[in-house]
Design a protein around this ligand. Structure first.
Ligand SMILES: [Fe+2]
Ligand SMILES: [Fe+2]
Length: 251
């Protein structure tokens, strides 16, 4: 039996920021969500695209909010299929759009393949002006790839942390549960972080940013009142690679 993909669900989480969420059920019993975030503004942005095979469903979900041909930016926060598997088709369908990612993603992953699309690389502190909203890039190396970035949207104080703050399962659009320990347990099983230290440095930065919202790629969005539990867990509990990859013991 192959994985089952539910229809993509669209929810406006906070003024103009829409969560497009697709839940996939795997053969081993894992239920996992893949989210993209669509910012409806003068220059609309799609943050993450989902995997290649999710494209039609994600495009239709974008179409519930705005014309996908009007996208200005497709943003990827590190080079991995769930971040950017649909990037070429989203760019093809939106003639005035550009791919926005880290300088490192451009150097490592986009310049040595046959990628021909429009792309702009960014570094820490760069800002994309969408009109009403502004997206500031944070370089967050080794959380969990060396080209990893996050975004901070200034007007809604929204952090887009990609794979940090994961909650597995079929989560509601906004999660109000304290699932910090479960998050760390999941990270130990899947083995996506080599070490705690680079993540804990970013946790310090996040506390200074003091976000009102955290919109992760997997799970529900978190409001500021539940965030302390997740930050505490990342500070106090082990979550780095402990010899397991996607639940499998590696010898
Ligand atoms: Fe990732
Ligand atoms: Fe991811």
């Amino acid at each position: 039996m192959s994985p089952t993909q539910a229809p993509t669900r669209v929810d406006e989480i906070v003024d103009g920021i829409h969560r497009l969420s697709t839940t996939i059920s795997y053969e081993d019993g894992l239920v996992f969500q893949f989210n993209q975030f669509l910012i409806d503004d003068e220059r609309p942005a799609l943050i993450h695209t989902g995997m290649h095979q999710m494209y039609d469903s994600v495009r239709a979900a974008v179409g519930e909010v705005l014309d996908p041909g009007k996208l200005s930016y497709v943003v990827l926060l590190h080079f991995e299929a769930d971040e950017c598997g649909g990037m070429d088709r989203f760019l093809e369908g939106a003639p005035d759009s550009a791919l926005a990612c880290s300088d490192l993603s451009v150097a490592l992953n986009l310049s040595g393949w046959n990628y021909q699309g429009r792309v702009e690389g960014h570094q820490d502190g760069d800002v994309i002006d969408l009109g009403k909203r502004k997206l500031r890039f944070l370089e967050t190396p080794h959380v969990h790839h060396w080209d990893s970035m996050m975004l901070f949207e200034e007007t809604t104080k929204s952090l887009f942390p990609s794979d940090l703050f994961i909650q597995p399962g079929d989560q509601p659009p906004t999660v109000t549960e304290s699932l910090g320990s479960e998050m760390c347990g999941f990270y130990r099983e899947v083995g996506i972080f080599a070490h705690e230290e680079p993540v804990r440095q970013v946790v310090d930065r996040i506390e200074v940013l003091d976000p009102d919202w955290v919109h992760g790629m997997h799970g529900g969005s978190l409001r500021r009142d539940v965030l302390p539990d997740y930050l505490r867990a990342l500070r106090e509990e082990p979550f780095s690679y402990q010899g397991k990859l996607l639940g499998r013991e590696v010898l």
